[in-house]
Design a protein around this ligand. Sequence first.
Ligand code: S3P
Length: 419
Amino acid sequence: MNGINGTLIVPGDKSISHRAAILASLSTGKTVIDNFLFSEDCLRTLDAFQEMGVQITKRNQQVIVESEGPSKFLPAKNAIDLGNSGTTARLLAGVLSAMPFSTVIKGDSSLSSRPMKRVTEPLSMMGAKFKFLQRDGHLPMTIEGGRLKQIDYEMPVASAQVKSAVLLAALTGQVHVSVTEQTKSRDHTERMLEAYGIHIEDKNGTITLRENQVLHAKNIEVPGDFSSAAYWIAAAVITPGSELTIEHVGLNPTRIGFLNVLKRMGASIEIIEKLDAMNEPVGTIIVRYSTLNATSLEIDEIPTLIDEIPILALVATQAEGTSHFHHLEELRFKETDRIKATVLGLEELGADIQMKDDGMVIQGRTRLHGGVVKTFHDHRIAMTAMIASLITSGDVTVDDQDCVKISYPNFFEQLNEFI
Ligand code: S3P
């Protein structure tokens, strides 16, 4: 391996694609969404609105949404299956809370083991009714929507999904709401609403959305997904001889904690262009192989790199010294218990990594070797293992390659271009 060299474009952002599908469906008129991420999770969001009567056409990298707004949504004929998608489940729960009908939503075994009370609690306070059909606090559940009332909600966990569920319920139900966050989570919903001309204010951690606002269709362009770019940034930083350019990547400050931490570790990273696409900063990243030092994560930066912990842990195996990753309790509630899956996966490849209740401690630098990594069907674990394969002394295989389709359908194609 002579390094990871060249120029790369990553697919559209997963979080922004979900929100584009939702806000386009909630608008009246025709929306063209460019660079939509056609991954399994985002397709679940499109399907859900299609099942409620919204006209959706997919072509190449575009999605065309034609909607008459939420007042014309129809009850889905069957339970809506959300597959593996936590973002769809939670954001959709917000929208459905304001619908004058009942809907059943369900998911695969991973999604059915993820907590839903974090959204049903605030949405119940707004007036929606929920019934868990099998296990308390988990999918499948029935959502009985209706007329909502105003709440001022203090978030107990830093979660963009919960924040967005409450904002979307208020928007759809046309009521005023305020949401207060202790630590700022990704703000794509707020930014996109603002781009639609909606009055939304973020003052000292309290986001306020005014009542009686409606969305009129507006074309949307989705930037490249920083979380997908993170795999290649890591690949270039840890593989000797690398210089990689990644174009048109979303650089929203609430998403790029991984870049900031890598810079702190000594990585050579440059951003050469910055433009705005629908209120989201977008740029080109140039990253080079670098000698790295260990680091510790601060509690406030966790939400800005929450999906990058597995790949950051891999990078830490190549940094000199002991890296301390704490305050990561939320990782236990992701597609799988990501603390455990990350530690087991990297241990299999020879890393010196210790699991803690709230995270992990990694001793670097270690020479990694080949192995068979158990993904627990988690896309981010599979991609981390495959990036590790660029520097291991033997072959790395994963027990499930298919799970990458959740967020990055062409991951293996792009990886093959480098090996
Ligand atoms: C997401 C928010 C985060 C993140 C997930 C996508 C979103 O989850 O982990 O991949 O699009 O709002 P939480 O809100 O549970 O932190």
